[in-house]
Write a protein that binds this ligand. Structure first.
Ligand code: FAD
Length: 468
């Protein structure tokens, strides 16, 4: 039986990064990753195959089409006869995915990580090691890392199938649905709803919560909602769905909103109401791997499960279900296994929604900081007062800085606007170093760039913004 120091179950951002880092640190490593739903051996998990990467490829393609229709004329560029070749758009997306997933296979080879394609399942404990069935081959490993990720949560009233789809189905419609329903106004619903609206669908978003993006800063959520509604996305909040019925032509959804019962028919319905941990096929029960009441693998602060030598990271342990959080846990755990001080700072995780405008934040909102009893000062600066944003033709949104009123430490930064997914990185770095709004305000930012808005927001926290 082949023996490894580390066996990783799951080849998504948590698993493949843990495998590469462990190999860099001198461990003999293997990774077993299930085939994708369409039967492909394709490393990268949800993120690369049916999540982060294909959604961003489709967001980019659809945004180019939207800009061509609505924004280019302002720049003095007119184009006639623009149309969408959806097949080509989807195959471009598939090409991006293939390139990146193939890249991980290359990195595994380069780092001498042995790859198994198929299910990984615990078989038995053997001394201080574990025997795992890796895609039909029994292997032995001293350390086993469970990185099996998550699956879309289904709505019991509307199981996936037919016209009701989850993320992978919503990234592969063969034609643009005329009427698209989206249940759940979270990150995935907003991103996928935006893609299909830009390509011509009439999109209605149904959300159970009473408000929009309740985890985001209030001012950011308000501005984003205003922009999305202006684009034609229709939102209904506080809805209670009571019936979902499929027919040959589509799917009808009955819901109550403000005590009124409404039935709407859609061609397709995306259900994006969150994700559930994936421990299917792992044999968790057979070895007594402890899960919490929601099915997440229970771990301590060192990612140790209740079983000696068995660890878990990524979406399957819960917390922020983000690829970069999963990757950082992969690095931290591999370093801990090597006796180093692996660490993840959960207080400074960047959150990004890749809509137009984009939304990004790190740290606490003003409301959260006040709820924790902190005295805060805030500074806000709009993109409409920034030369680069005006040059781009996108003056929407602003940056808001939240700092401790006594120490000036940066507590949170919140952004809505063009390209803020890139702007958030610098504030994360400053927050990681325990920096202040003064540090941000005194850092030289190139002119003319969008990043000057971040600096001006920090200056505004001290009432000395220069360009407002
Ligand atoms: P996964 O990526 O789910 O990988 C787990 C892997 O384990 C999968 O390949 C699975 O098949 C495999 N597996 C499961 N069970 C077994 C088994 N028993 N044996 C072998 N293999 C097994 N996050 C971001 O940070 N940015 C984004 O822009 C973003 N966009 C997203 C868009 C969409 C539409 C979706 C759905 C998600 C998005 N996410 C995004 C979330 C991100 O994809 C996840 O947080 C991330 O993939 C989690 O990584 P993971 O390694 O924990 O799990």
């Amino acid at each position: 039986m082949e023996t490894f120091d580390v066996l990783v179950i799951g080849g998504g951002p948590a698993g493949y990064v843990a495998a590469i880092r462990a190999a860099q640190l001198g461990f003999r490593v293997a990774c077993v990753d299930a085939f994708t739903r369409d039967g492909k051996a394709s490393l990268g998990g949800t993120c690369l195959n049916v999540g982060c990467i294909p959604s961003k490829a489709m967001l980019d393609s659809s945004e180019k089409y939207e800009m061509l229709q609505h924004d280019f004329a302002d720049h003095g560029i007119t184009v006639q006869g623009a149309s969408v070749d959806l097949g080509k758009m989807l195959s471009r997306k598939a090409g991006v995915v293939d390139k990146l997933t193939g890249g991980i296979a290359y990195l595994f080879k380069k780092n001498k990580v042995t790859s198994f394609h198929g299910y990984g399942r615990f078989v038995r404990q053997d001394g201080d090691a574990w025997v795992v069935d890796a895609a039909g081959t029994e292997v032995k490993a001293k350390h086993v890392i469970v990185a099996t990720g998550s699956n879309p949560r289904a709505l019991p009233l509307a199981p996936f199938g037919g016209h009701v789809v989850e993320n992978s189905g919503a990234l592969a419609f063969e034609q643009v649905p005329a009427k698209l329903g989206v249940i759940g106004a979270g990150v995935i619903g907003l991103e996928l709803g935006s893609v299909w609206r830009r390509l011509g669908a009439q999109v209605t978003v149904l959300e159970a919560l009473p408000g929009f993006l309740m985890a985001a800063d209030d001012a950011v959520a308000k501005e984003a909602l205003k922009q999305f509604q202006k684009q034609g996305l229709e939102f209904h909040f506080g809805v209670n769905i009571s019936k979902v019925e499929q027919s040959d032509g589509g799917v009808s959804v009955t819901y109550t909103e403000k005590e009124q019962e409404v039935t709407v028919t859609f061609d397709k319905l995306i259900v994006s109401i969150g994700r559930v941990p994936n421990t299917d096929g792992l044999g968790a029960d057979s070895v007594g791997l402890a899960l919490d009441e929601r099915g997440f693998v229970k771990v301590d602060s060192h990612y140790r499960t209740n079983l000696p030598g068995v660890y878990a990271i990524g979406d399957v342990i819960g917390g922020a279900m983000l690829a970069h959080k999963a990757e950082e846990e992969g690095v931290a755990l591999a370093e801990m296994l090597a006796g180093q001080a692996g660490h993840v700072n959960y207080d400074v995780i960047p959150w990004v929604i890749y809509t137009s405008p984009e939304i990004a934040w790190a740290g606490l909102t003003e409301k959260q900081a006040k709820a924790q009893g902190l005295q805060v000062k805030t500074g806000q600066f709009p993109f409409s007062a920034n030369g680069r944003a005006l040059g781009h033709g996108d003056p929407r949104g602003f940056v808001k800085v939240v700092a401790d009123a006594q120490t000036d430490r940066l507590i949170g930064v919140h952004m809505v606007g063009g390209n803020v997914s890139e702007l958030i990185a610098e504030v994360v770095a400053i927050m990681e170093f325990g920096g202040s709004s003064e540090d941000l305000a005194r850092t030289i930012h190139a002119h003319p760039t969008l990043s000057e808005v971040v600096k001006e927001a920090a200056l505004a926290a001290d009432k000395r913004a220069l360009h407002m």
